[in-house]
Design a protein around this ligand. Structure first.
Ligand code: TYM
Length: 336
């Protein structure tokens, strides 16, 4: 039996932060040699909210460079750009026509983003999870490693696959394979530095709320120095009354690669004045190799482009074959 297949992606909207890294990208990198990986830049998703055309290509390019800087290895991983493969859009249309509207209206992210957008809600924002289902199902993956916030979208993906199989497949010959979400317990929900009850997010207007992967040591120091804490003495995990404390200890644990028990023992008697410099130093050290590699990759534009080109070729072959399978099942034929 061959390796299981993994698929996942990030939107190229800039401000890539510790949540994206610890919730998703680092997990892709850690598991990559066990799997056949397809990792892409979700640039069609990035236009579901108002966007700047001048920034889209740049953010796509820098995200590919960041994937490489974080340690994705082309021996195991195919890196590609969503918009380079038309099958994503075409399969979305086919899925649109079997997806009940109310499945989309109840998506939590849609509701949250729609409130933020006010008058400016487009059809794409509502349809976003259907595009995501197409992204996934085109590649027949076994596992989809994401942060907690994408869980509902993965459930919808499975529902769409089940519905399509029911309508156009047979029980012993399903058209699409059902993927499993891969959501790690720790790091699946990294919280904001300014409010431990809200997730760290690219779109938070406050730069102080997140640590970006490309932040300078001075910025990291400033953000941790100013982050929200509390007045209780001693630090411990999992106290619902102390969301900031849990979040910062979890960051320390994940970035230092220490176990939860070791961190709990090390920090139990600490005050914030002692812990914050420790977290600052650990974060700077953890991000340093990524930042150095990023600078090196960014200097070689030809290399990044060749990665995207090779990725497109490999991904397209698989995507086209799944699309043809779905179209055939739905009754399309192209006899010439
Ligand atoms: P995006 O770009 O918002 O986020 C990329 C990945 O980072 C995770 N993440 C977090 N994890 C932990 N804590 C946080 N605070 C945090 N913030 C973000 C996300 O869960 C995600 O794994 N719709 C997706 C992109 C996408 C996709 C796909 C993913 C499009 N098609 C198909 C998987 C499969 C998104 O907007 O991710």
């Amino acid at each position: 039996m061959g390796k299981q297949r993994v698929l996942s992606g990030v939107q190229p909207t800039g401000n890539y932060h510790l949540g994206n890294y610890l919730g998703a990208i680092r997990n892709w990198v850690e598991g990559q040699s066990q799997y056949e990986n397809f990792l892409f830049v979700a640039d069609l998703h990035a236009i579901t909210v108002p966007h700047d055309p001048a920034k889209l290509a740049e953010n796509t390019y820098t995200l590919v460079a960041l994937y490489l800087a974080c340690g994705l290895d082309l021996e195991y991983s195919t890196i590609f750009v969503q918009s380079h493969i038309p099958a994503h859009s075409e399969l979305t249309w086919l899925f649109n026509c079997i997806t009940p509207l109310n499945w989309l209206e109840r998506m939590i992210q849609f509701k949250e983003k729609a409130v933020k957008q006010g008058e400016n809600v487009n059809v794409g924002l509502l349809d976003y999870p259907v595009l995501m289902a197409a992204d996934i199902l085109l590649y027949d993956p076994d596992k989809v490693p994401v942060g907690e916030d994408q869980k509902q979208h993965l459930e919808l993906t499975r529902d769409i696959a089940i519905r399509l199989n029911d309508q156009f497949g047979t029980p012993d010959k399903p058209v699409l394979k059902l993927p499993e979400p891969l959501i790690r317990k720790e790091g699946a929900r990294v919280m904001s530095l300014t409010d431990g009850t809200r997730k760290m997010s690219k779109s938070d207007p406050s730069e102080l709320s997140r640590i970006n992967l490309l932040d300078s040591p001075e910025d990291i120091q400033k953000k941790i120095k100013r982050c929200k804490t509390d007045v209780t003495k001693g630090l411990w995990f999992d106290d619902p009354e102390r969301p900031e404390c849990n979040n910062l200890l979890t960051l320390y644990m994940l970035l230092s690669l220490k176990t939860k028990e070791a961190v709990a023992a090390e920090c139990k008697d600490m005050g914030w004045g002692q812990f914050k410099p420790l977290l600052t130093e650990t974060t700077i050290e953890a991000l340093k190799p990524i930042q150095q590699k990023y600078q090196a990759v960014m200097e070689d534009k030809g290399y990044v482009e060749s990665v995207m080109r090779q990725g497109r070729e490999k991904a397209e072959a698989i995507a086209s074959s799944t699309l043809l399978k779905v179209k055939t099942a739905m009754g399309y034929s192209m006899p010439f």
